[in-house]
Design a protein around this ligand. Structure first.
Ligand code: NAD
Length: 365
């Protein structure tokens, strides 16, 4: 899973919403409640300058409302920059449903959530995220058109995870080109942490290219299944961060790059699918740079999923989805070179390009 590491004891000491540490000039935050279905949701709309705020819905058993609020604030902001740097005419938004997806997600609750999304008149468009399935989006589609990620049978673009993984693979190759002078990953030692929907598809790409892949997950059954399918090795140690590797690919949790892990990391490149990998963007981006570890910004290289769902709004085909996803290679290489030229972190370089696109559009208006 995928929520961020946050000291919840600290959160309640701040002002409830606009004073939260993850609040970053979000345009609108919508709290949704329905007694009958038990729905408790927060929709975060960060920025709509480039277009409607598109981002998935995550259902998670948050330990507190503070944690849920901070998650939606951080994730919706990330979506703004993801779409901006990818060249999509979309703003950033995200929704969180508070509760256990395995036991508390009912059709009635999803429909009620869909009604709330509909009430925003298209300012926020939803999609799937952790705890959601394509079938949930199909259900939401029955009450609102403001949903993507619906099944191919219902005219959607289907499961975005393989495309996300392909984009991460492209970003990883670009980082390898930058760091090693070649983008061929054959024999490179890659640790994939989290072999869920995206992680497994990434393992497939890596294994096809002949990389030496180690997989780590908290789900033992899944580890064995993926190992047998792709002939990769299960990591059996207890501290992945201390292992010597060429590439670390975080595909599970956010905030795995932090004070403690950076000190131990013996990797040359970080490139993975997880959102919000840096616990603190400025601080940890700088620490990585000082250690000579190339960080491929998460919001740039994990944009394949949003490229996939955007096709549903813009009616482009599979070929165009692949073309746009492969372009992540070019953008990543440009950003890594730009960071070096400007003497800034790769995160900052990516952020600057995304923000410049938003500012330019704002000035046109
Ligand atoms: P998923 O829930 O299918 O997979 C996550 C995997 O991580 C699971 O197998 C889980 O057991 C494992 N995991 C959880 N905690 C772990 C830990 N401490 N150590 C090791 N493994 C752990 O999720 P997913 O759809 O594959 O997404 C992975 C990440 O990529 C998430 O952060 C998600 O937000 C991000 N992302 C996904 C997409 C997409 O298209 N699915 C798009 C962009 C970003």
């Amino acid at each position: 899973m995928v929520t961020e590491v946050i000291d919840t004891n600290e959160l309640h000491k701040m002002d409830p919403v606009f004073g939260q540490m993850s609040f970053d000039n979000h345009e609108q935050i919508v709290f949704c409640n329905d007694k009958d279905t038990g729905l408790k949701a927060i929709i975060g709309i960060h920025n709509t300058v480039l277009g409607p705020a598109l981002g998935g819905t995550r259902m998670w058993n948050y330990t507190s409302e503070w944690e849920a609020l901070n998650d939606v604030l951080r994730l919706s902001r990330g979506m703004t920059y993801k779409s901006a740097i990818t060249g999509l005419n979309l703003g950033g938004g995200k929704a969180v449903l508070i509760g256990d997806a395995k036991t508390q997600k009912t059709p009635e609750l999803m429909l009620k959530f869909g009604e709330f999304v509909h009430s925003l008149g298209g300012k926020y468009i939803t999609a799937e995220d952790v705890g959601m399935a394509t079938s949930d989006m199909d259900l939401v589609r029955t009450v609102t058109p403001y949903v993507t990620g619906i099944s191919e049978a219902n005219g959607g673009a289907g499961n975005p995870s393989p495309i996300t993984a392909y984009g991460v693979f492209m970003g990883m190759k670009a980082a390898a080109k930058y760091k090693f002078g070649s983008d061929i990953l054959e024999d490179k030692v890659v640790y994939v942490q989290g072999i869920g929907n995206v992680g497994e598809a990434l393992v497939e790409n890596l294994s096809n290219e002949g990389a030496k892949v180690f997989i780590a997950d908290i789900n033992q059954e899944r580890l064995e299944e993926v190992r047998d399918k792709y002939n990769v090795e299960i990591y059996s140690g207890n501290n992945i961060y201390a292992e010597k590797m060429d590439i670390y690919a975080p595909c599970a949790l956010g905030a795995t790059i932090n004070d403690s892990t950076i000190k131990q990391l013996d990797a040359k490149i970080i490139a993975g699918a997880a959102n919000n990998q840096l616990a603190e963007e400025q601080k940890h981006g700088t620490m990585l740079r000082e250690r000579g570890i190339v960080y491929a910004p998460d919001f740039l290289i994990n944009a394949g999923g949003i490229i996939n769902v955007y096709a549903e709004l813009e009616n482009y085909d599979r070929k165009e989805i692949i073309r746009k996803t492969e372009n992540i290679y070019n953008t990543t290489l440009e950003i890594l070179k730009k960071a070096e030229a400007d003497n800034i972190t790769t995160y900052q370089a990516a952020y600057n390009v995304a923000q410049a696109r938003i500012d330019a559009r704002k000035n046109e208006k």
